[in-house]
Design a protein around this ligand. Structure first.
Ligand code: ASP
Length: 318
């Protein structure tokens, strides 16, 4: 029998936000409405088959933490192991959505679709964008052959590795950069343009991740290279026991000489250092004589997660 049960996990965000005025799209409080209530407000969602909801967290995603990630990864693996479940939708804030998506793809590599969705306007808005986004996300989660972690926002399907929040206000706030979208959702139908993210379904290191606590996760920090950058911040991090540093470098991975000297000192002291770029698009192109390894195309925030997993014994996230 084809699995048809859809699981919707709630974590909060603007999609669950409330404002005192229907015309106020920015002065709201995120994470107020429960996921069950959000789903009840979208009757069309129930037409496609059974829907199960679970509130995994209720927070503004600017405050996302490792404990919620571990709980999400664990619930995803539990639900996807059920043969009647076709896929999972996760309602999430937009601010750190790309980090959660990357983490879940790295840790779970789900063989069924796990679709993060969101909203730029609160649930109380005159015309909220959340309900359509959830409906579109459900279409992807129910789509035969879909797999891996993707993000659905404003009718576009983005891969977890490439997606970035690129706009502070517009409804279509996300970009997949050079990679392009995985596809679009149009009137409930998926128009696929490229491959779904990998879906081995192995979840090999999930147990280690799920047992991690906020304090036992490796300390990996991000520093930015800019005009007038200094090495003091890196020296201070090394003194505080940092285990990894990602530098959001300029352009194709170039670093201010003062900051670079400090990063090389940190590296010599045993700290793992990676070079990403503060450019919104493009990858740092490696050279054989690079003193500091590049981030393999990952943005600074994703390179940080990849390095944390690497320090925890994860063999590689790309
Ligand atoms: N601060 C909100 C959050 O990330 C923003 C949003 O959801 O759009 O939870």
């Amino acid at each position: 029998m084809t699995p048809s049960k859809l699981v919707i996990l709630g974590t909060g965000g603007t999609i669950a936000g409330l404002s005192s005025s229907a015309t106020d799209n920015i002065g709201y409080t995120a994470a107020q409405v429960g996921v069950a209530q959000l789903v009840e407000a979208i009757p069309a969602l129930l037409a496609g088959g059974a829907v199960v909801t679970e509130q995994v967290a209720q927070l503004d995603s600017k405050d996302m933490d490792f404990a919620v990630w571990a709980a999400l990864a664990s619930r995803i693996n539990d639900f996807l192991a059920q043969t009647d479940v076709c896929g999972i939708v996760i309602t999430h804030g937009t601010d750190t959505l790309e980090e959660t998506a990357f983490f879940l793809q790295a840790v779970c590599q789900p063989a069924k679709p796990v679709v993060l969705t969101c909203a730029m306007r609160p649930a109380s808005a005159l015309t909220p964008d959340g309900p359509q986004n959830v409906l579109d996300a459900a279409a992807v989660a129910r789509h035969p052959g879909a797999q891996g972690v993707v993000v659905v926002c404003a009718g576009t399907i983005h891969g977890a590795i490439d997606v970035q929040k690129a706009h502070t206000y517009r409804l279509n706030a996300f970009t997949p950069g050079d990679a392009g979208p995985v596809g679009y959702v149009e009137e409930g139908c998926v128009r696929q343009l490229r491959d779904w993210p990998a879906g081995s379904g192995s979840g090999d290191h999930l147990a280690a991740v799920a047992s991690g606590t906020a304090t036992s996760w490796p300390q990996v920090e991000i520093v930015m290279s800019h005009a007038g950058a200094r090495g003091k911040v890196v020296d201070a991090l090394v003194s505080s026991g940092v285990q990894g540093i990602v530098v959001a470098a300029t352009g194709n991975g170039t670093v201010h000489h003062a900051l670079e000297q400090a990063l090389l000192r940190a590296q010599a002291a045993g700290v793992q250092v990676r070079r990403s770029t503060r450019c919104a698009e493009g990858h740092v192109l490696p050279r054989p004589d690079d003193a500091i390894p590049d981030s393999k195309g990952l943005s600074p925030v994703k390179a940080r997660i990849a390095l944390m997993l690497e320090l925890m014994g994860w063999p590689g996230t790309r």
